[in-house]
Design a protein around this ligand. Structure first.
Ligand SMILES: O=P(O)(O)OC[C@H]1O[C@H](OP(=O)(O)OP(=O)(O)O)[C@H](O)[C@@H]1O
Ligand SMILES: O=c1cc[nH]c(=O)[nH]1
Ligand SMILES: [Mg+2]
Length: 210
C-alpha cells in the first residue's frame, strides 16, 4: 500500500510553525500540540463509517448519521511525546480506548528501547491509530508496529506531526501495509538523528526536561 497522507491544513501549518520556533515556551508548545492533535484527529478519522438512526428533532422525525458502533478504535500513544497529541485526540473522542507503549531512542545506536507496554485486552477487534509527533529514523515507529502486530489488531495507521524522508522510507520498507499521516515532511536527519529543520526533541520540549 505504501501511503503517506500530508495533512497540511493552514491552521495546522500555522500552529506547527509556532511549535518549531526555538523561543516557544513549554506551556505554549504543549497547548499547540494538543490543538494540532484535535485537528489531525479530525482529518485522520474522515473515513470512519456511519450508520443511520431514527431520531426526532423538535420539528420532525429524521434518519440521521452517527458513528457506526461496531467500528471500534484504540489510540496508541508512543510515550513520552505521543501523550501531547493523545491529549488533543481525546478531546475529540473522549471515550476512545487508549494503549501506551514506552520507547526511547538509544542516543548512540538510535534504536528504540521499550520500557512499557499496555494495551486494551480486545485489541484484535479494534482499529489502531498510533500517535507520535516525530518520525525521524523510523526506528521507534517500526518497533511500535512490530509489537502491535503480535496482537493482531484489525488495522493500523501511524499519525505524526513531522516526518523525515529517511524515516518514511524505513517505515515503508518494514511496514508497507501501515499508512502514514503527517503534517509535514522535513528535509533530512542530522548525524544525531534529529529532523532538520524540525522542532528539536519533542519530548523535552513538551515536558521541559532540557
Ligand atoms: O524515528 P526515531 O528515530 O525513532 O525518533 C522518533 C522518536 O524520538 C522521540 O522520542 P524519544 O526517544 O526522544 O523519547 P521521548 O519521547 O521520551 O523524549 C519521538 O517522540 C519518537 O518516539
Ligand atoms: O528531531 C527529532 C528526532 C527524534 N526525536 C525528536 O524528538 N526529535
Ligand atoms: Mg525525546
Amino acid at each position: 500500500m505504501k501511503e503517506v497522507t500530508l495533512i497540511d491544513h493552514p491552521l495546522i501549518q500555522h500552529k506547527l510553525t509556532l511549535m518549531r520556533q526555538v523561543d516557544t515556551s513549554t506551556a505554549k508548545f504543549r497547548n499547540l500540540l494538543r490543538e494540532i492533535g484535535i485537528l489531525l484527529a479530525y482529518e485522520v478519522t474522515r473515513d470512519l463509517p456511519i450508520k443511520y438512526v431514527e431520531i426526532k428533532t423538535p420539528l420532525s422525525p429524521m434518519s440521521a448519521p452517527m458513528l457506526a458502533p461496531e467500528k471500534k478504535m484504540v489510540i496508541v500513544s508512543i510515550m513520552r511525546a505521543g501523550q501531547g497529541i493523545l491529549d488533543g485526540i481525546l478531546e475529540l473522542m473522549p471515550s476512545a480506548r487508549v494503549g501506551h507503549i514506552g520507547l526511547y531512542r538509544d542516543p548512540t545506536t538510535l534504536m528504540a528501547v521499550e520500557y512499557y507496554f499496555k494495551m486494551p485486552h480486545d485489541i484484535e477487534q479494534r482499529d489502531v491509530l498510533i500517535v507520535d509527533p516525530m518520525l525521524a529514523t523510523g526506528n521507534s515507529a517500526v518497533a511500535a508496529v512490530d509489537r502491535l502486530k503480535e496482537l493482531n489488531p484489525l488495522s493500523m495507521k501511524f499519525l505524526c506531526l513531522l516526518a523525515a524522508p529517511e524515516g518514511i522510507a524505513h517505515f515503508h520498507e518494514q511496514h508497507p501495509d501501515v499508512p502514514i499521516y503527517t503534517a509535514a515532511i522535513d528535509e533530512y536527519l542530522d548525524e544525531q538523528g534529529y529532523i532538520i529543520p524540525g522542532l528539536g526533541d519533542a519530548g523535552d520540549r513538551l515536558y521541559g526536561t532540557k
